[in-house]
Design a protein around this ligand. Structure first.
Ligand SMILES: [Zn+2]
Ligand SMILES: [Zn+2]
Length: 304
């Protein structure tokens, strides 16, 4: 809750006029408790988990022919009922684990100093903080994910997330409850190290899930803006991790590619890329069909 009830009081406290965004924020948040503002995350996550995967599923069901060339595993088609089953599982976990986790984690947010007050952060500050959050999360998630691929971690926990060898957007948060709790730690570390405004925190939680849904979408669209982010992994990168499955010792990172490169866990993926490019070049020069390429592509992945 803000310590000022009116624009005049806020301007007197700040010693300057409020920007349009700050006036909007004051009008919206002045009479809401910090706890209620923090709990907005539950609504944002519900919308992200529901709407963004729905976009990909709609493309698949209604524009299948147009987006077909960008499907990473074109021979795998999940039925409508399987897709609904996946969404129902995610929602069950959302209401039993994700939502309650948000409700009880409020004291930690207060402790690290996430603020709701004025002034609002500048766009530049938001971008830099989000960059730090993504880098910290990516590095921590890499090691936790790698640990989850040891025999115990995989059999007891991580196997659930790998049920989808050809992932879809809805399968991004599809995981064992323990994995959801454990992977909350990397998401929390960045804001704990560089605490910011609650708006930055909302953006961080939502964007991290948007990113996860994109990388699990099963489609590698050339027009996605994330293609312009340096060292960004993307859907093809993480799809390979799911395709190889439980034995996978490749592509552990959640967002970027540099961890796998530094620690040598992208060798299988890079080898596959190189071989597939050679196959593609060879088939194109022989004028053969794409189907032959798909068969060889699948064979190549199996050899990882
Ligand atoms: Zn994994
Ligand atoms: Zn995954």
């Amino acid at each position: 809750m803000l310590p000022y009830a009116t624009v005049e009081a806020a301007e007197a406290a700040l010693g300057r006029s409020l920007t349009a965004a700050e006036t909007l924020w004051l009008n919206y948040s002045a009479d809401k408790s910090d706890y209620l503002l923090y709990c907005h995350n539950i609504i944002f996550l519900f919308l992200v988990f529901s709407l963004f995967p729905f976009y990909y599923i709609s493309l698949e069901f209604f524009f299948g022919k147009s987006v077909g060339p960008y499907k990473i595993q074109p021979k795998v088609n999940l039925s409508f009922s399987d897709t609904v089953r996946c969404y129902k599982s995610v929602m069950r976990m959302f209401f039993l684990v994700v939502g309650p986790l948000q409700l009880v984690s409020y004291p930690s947010i207060k402790m690290i100093g996430i603020r709701t007050s004025l002034p609002l952060p500048s766009l530049w500050e938001i971008i830099v903080q989000l960059g730090v959050y993504f880098l910290v999360e990516d590095y921590t998630n890499y090691w936790i994910h790698r640990f989850l691929h040891c025999k115990w971690g995989y059999d007891k926990i991580h196997k659930v997330h790998h049920e989808y060898t050809a992932p879809i957007g809805f399968a991004a948060p599809y995981a064992h409850w323990a994995e959801i709790l454990i992977l909350g730690i990397p998401s929390f570390l960045g804001p704990a190290m560089v605490p910011g405004h609650i708006i930055t925190f909302w953006l961080w939680i939502a964007l991290r899930q948007v990113e996860a849904i994109e990388t699990h979408s099963g489609y590698d669209f050339p027009w996605t803006p994330t293609k312009y982010i340096p060292f960004y992994g993307g859907p093809d990168y993480h799809d390979y991790h799911h395709y190889v499955g439980g034995q996978s010792q490749s592509n552990f990172a959640s967002v970027f590619t540099y961890c796998d490169y530094i620690y040598g866990t992208d060798k299988g993926y890079r080898y596959q890329k190189k071989v597939l490019q050679q196959l593609r070049d060879g088939l194109e020069s022989n004028g053969e069909e794409n189907g032959a390429f798909d068969d060889m592509s699948a064979q190549c992945r199996k050899n990882d």
